[in-house]
Write a protein that binds this ligand. Structure first.
Ligand code: GLY
Length: 387
């Protein structure tokens, strides 16, 4: 790691959180009944209904803002969105995929933990039921997308590690071990197949639908099948930390060091990676600021379970990433953007992947905003985790 970026100070964390909360407060009128689209257009989020995999992040930001400011306006808006999440899962609106954790953890599990809302609890448990219905016995994994059992979609994806805390929470709330057993089985399959010998990760992995035998790794949003999509590697980092939190499996500790090591070794000078870890300074490719925020949250989570020496090594890097994000990527003027964190990539076209898919390139995205705020919150206090 070659950088001049210094670790963020406590007062800079506080200022950055204050700025974020000011922007979110201005957003309340546009984004309470409506949600933010997944990514900005020219740095401004359009409104959307409660669809796709990303709307829970807006609600999660309101909960983090409520924790920071104690402003009831954030609590009221977040609870109103919780009602929308209950309706969404009851009516099964756009929930035919695995991203129940991304949707229901920062919104409804957070609401339940912070307020005891029974509506939130009901919604999150229904979402957990919806997620476990995607478990494939042949292969032992949660199928990410598409029609269940379809050969062209018989695969898991690394992002799903962040959907699993919803299942551990559901077991804790109901006493039914089915949820956590499925989470453990999916984790085992993911870790056995997604991490390559050189410590980079596959984005997705296909299985044989007849036998469950692992077939091949592939990318959906990375530059090429054999590269490390930056956000995928970051989901791996945070996913391993969360998996260790809930399972205490020693494999997670070893794999964490390997996967974060690969990520750190490829950080550019300002510590915010390019959208795929194939790229470095001078290649002319866009950054994905969200990957930096996610990986830094993962380092701070795993630091809780490590020796003092390792914990301070990872905490120091997370503080440097936070400094870079707060000083060079965060929005400070609401007139320039209604987002919190600029310069992310949702998906970028590549000569090696079949689908033309440029979307949200060098734009803000809602998960980047959320994990940036979570990172600052983690640095500001002993945060009680939503995941
Ligand atoms: N989970 C989808 C993404 O990271 O774009």
């Amino acid at each position: 790691m070659n950088t001049n970026v210094q670790p963020i100070t406590a007062s800079a964390v506080d200022t950055a959180l204050d700025n974020a909360c000011k922007i979110l407060h201005c957003n309340l009128s546009d984004f309470t009944d409506k949600f933010q689209d997944s990514n900005s257009q020219n740095n401004f989020y359009p409104q959307t209904d409660n669809v796709e995999w990303t709307t829970g992040f807006c609600t999660g930001e309101y909960w983090l803002a409520y924790e920071h400011t104690a402003d009831e306006a954030f609590r009221t808006a977040a609870l109103s969105q919780v009602d929308s999440f209950l309706k969404r899962i009851e009516k099964k609106i756009d929930v035919n995929h695995h991203d129940m954790g991304f949707l229901y953890t920062p919104s409804c599990v957070a609401a339940y933990k912070l307020t005891g809302s029974e509506t939130a609890k009901k919604a999150a448990l229904l979402a957990a039921d919806n997620l476990i219905a995607r478990f494939q016995v042949k292969g032992q994994f949660l199928q990410a997308w598409g029609e269940l059992g379809a050969p062209d979609n018989y695969r898991l994806i690394i992002d799903c590690l962040l959907n699993l805390p919803l299942l551990y929470w559901a077991t804790e709330i109901t006493g039914d071990k089915t949820y956590s057993e499925i989470a453990r089985a999916h984790t085992k399959t993911s870790l056995a197949n997604l991490v390559r010998d050189d410590n980079s990760t596959y984005h997705t992995y296909f299985f044989n639908p007849e036998t469950g035998v692992p077939m091949r790794g592939a990318t959906q949003q990375g530059y090429r099948d054999g590269s490390a999509w930056a956000r995928g590697q970051a989901w791996g980092v945070y996913g391993l930390a969360l998996s260790y939190r809930y399972t205490k499996t020693p494999d997670c500790l070893e794999l964490f060091d390997r996967v974060i090591g690969f990520f750190i070794d490829r950080l550019p000078e300002d510590l915010v990676s390019y959208w795929d870890l194939d790229f470095k300074d001078g290649d002319g490719e866009p950054k994905d600021s969200s990957a930096a925020a996610i990986a830094a949250c993962g380092m701070l989570e795993m630091a809780k379970y490590l020796s003092d020496e390792k914990a301070s090594y990872y905490t120091d890097i997370a503080r440097r990433i936070a400094a870079s994000l707060a000083s060079c990527y965060a929005v400070t003027d609401i007139h320039l953007s209604n987002a919190l964190l600029l310069h992310g990539v949702y998906a970028k076209n590549s000569p090696y992947t079949p689908i033309p898919k440029d979307r949200g390139v060098d734009e803000a995205n809602t998960w980047g905003d959320y994990f940036y705020m979570e990172l600052l919150t983690r640095l500001s206090k002993d945060w009680k985790i939503y995941w």
